[in-house]
Write a protein that binds this ligand. Structure first.
Ligand code: 5GP
Length: 174
């Protein structure tokens, strides 16, 4: 892919500012508690790594990996867990860390899955809230950026596994 096929929408500095803001808010809200951050692989790996290093509260980490049957740019809504969390979430304060919420179907599925593990609380932190195709109502407690539409790559987000290492976030121009 050359430069003409992608457009920078959020610079590394923009992202760092939002991550710092989210971390401050989370640290204040969970003051006196230990939070369990659940990163959703693979897209959230850079966001989670940056976020956790800005927290001023104790944190534990785990991961889930989901697969959705769909195309590269649109999820079908049929989702399954391919790697589950290993920590016991019973009675814990759990925060899901997601890269992007689009239709919301992945988040609904994951929330149900994690709620069945009886956490004391379950909240959602998402870097990008893309509302154009939202088909379900879901509570997003911490949001980095709002996006109207478009398919984005970089800062962990891929297109067919490429471009995750870009430090900024770009919109793919098709
Ligand atoms: P949803 O179930 O909310 O429609 O889709 C969520 C998942 O679809 C995200 O976790 C991500 O893997 C993928 N996704 C949705 N929109 C985008 C996008 O603009 N760029 C990339 N790279 N992935 C996206």
């Amino acid at each position: 892919m050359d430069q003409s096929e992608k457009r920078l929408i959020f610079t590394a500095e923009d992202i760092a500012r939002q991550v710092q803001r989210l971390a401050s808010q989370i640290s204040a809200d969970y003051h006196g508690k230990e939070v369990v951050l659940i990163g959703v692989l693979k897209g959230a790996f850079i966001f989670l790594a940056d976020l956790v290093r800005q927290l001023s509260i104790p944190a534990q980490l785990d991961f889930v990996r989901l697969a959705s049957y769909g195309t590269a740019t649109e999820s079908s809504g049929k989702i399954r867990i391919t790697t589950d969390v290993e920590l016991d979430l019973e009675g814990r304060d759990v925060l899901i860390v997601e890269d992007i919420v689009d239709s919301g179907l992945t988040t609904v599925f994951l929330r149900e899955h994690l709620l069945a593990k009886n956490p004391r609380s379950l909240r959602m932190c998402v870097l990008l809230d893309k509302r154009e195709r939202r088909s379900v109502s879901i509570p997003l407690d911490y949001v980095g950026f709002h996006l109207d539409k478009g398919f984005v790559i970089g800062y962990g987000l891929d297109c067919n596994e490429a471009h995750r290492q870009l430090p900024g976030i770009y919109e793919l121009i098709v």
